[in-house]
Design a binder for this molecule. Sequence first.
Ligand SMILES: NC(=O)c1ccc[n+]([C@@H]2O[C@H](COP(=O)([O-])OP(=O)(O)OC[C@H]3O[C@@H](n4cnc5c(N)ncnc54)[C@H](O)[C@@H]3O)[C@@H](O)[C@H]2O)c1
Length: 283
Amino acid sequence: MNKIYTIAIIGTGARGAKAYGRLIYKSPDRYKITHLCDINPTVLNTVGDEFCVPAENRFENPQEFFAERRADVLVIATPDDCHVEHCLSAMKLGYDILCEKPLTDKEEDCKALLETQKKYGNKILVCHVLRYALSYLKLKELLDSGVLGRLVSLNWVEPVGYWHQAHSYVRGNWRNTAHAAPMILAKCCHDLDLIQYFAEAKCKSVSSIGGLTFFKPECAPEGATMRCSDCALKDTCAYSAYRIYVERWKANGSPAVDWPYNVLVTEPVTEEKILNAIKEGPY
Ligand SMILES: NC(=O)c1ccc[n+]([C@@H]2O[C@H](COP(=O)([O-])OP(=O)(O)OC[C@H]3O[C@@H](n4cnc5c(N)ncnc54)[C@H](O)[C@@H]3O)[C@@H](O)[C@H]2O)c1
């Protein structure tokens, strides 16, 4: 019989629970989710109930969680600015690790991670998950087969839609580089990874530019209020949170479980919860 790997997850939000946790939970013959850690008790307990993790194995305090090794594998899906610290703590405890991207935007952090990994010998996989999307696997297969000829140039675009830009990079978790990685890592690390994967060569230089062109007070339409919920333009403005979250959600059939609505509110998603979130929350 194959070994059943025990899995702990730190950061039980969109990625940790809804993406990896649910996938892991579907394979009880291979994995068992045994421990969870999240600083948000509501999220922690909702996810703990969903994955049948006993109350004594749910940790609100990361320090307490890292007091000892809890499982074979640790999934690190905390926000960007926690990855290095959590990865270093986990390596020292001997975990094999699945860590969300991006690892870090600092060279000294990369060196510290590499040195610690060499010392403790852990297996670590960073979630550059697009490599495993069927379309990209097919593209790699075609390139390797030679049917397209020799690869000499790649023209690559990461198309972030205007509302996704507003959702994630203006209002959401990645709105500020004080807390999150910049766009070149937050979004484009997948592209950087894929380009190197397809080109089978290391990158020689990278540059990145950007700006908050539209997202400045002086660019707000006349009559705009602080919040979309009470704005006269809420039915017409392209960036209206009311249109992006309420109208789109309704047009999609008012799903109880769906991104990005489940980022604003806990599941099951309801109209009342969304209206409250755009009135009171960061969106
Ligand atoms: N691989 C991909 O394609 C992909 C896609 C989206 C996001 N991500 C990355 O995944 C990570 C998580 O993003 P998300 O969308 O799941 O965010 P999220 O906000 O939904 O989840 C993060 C969770 O971590 C918890 N948390 C915060 N600080 C903590 C701490 N110190 N200790 C324990 N828990 C803590 C929060 O309460 C939250 O529940 C980010 O780094 C993000 O860049 C990767």
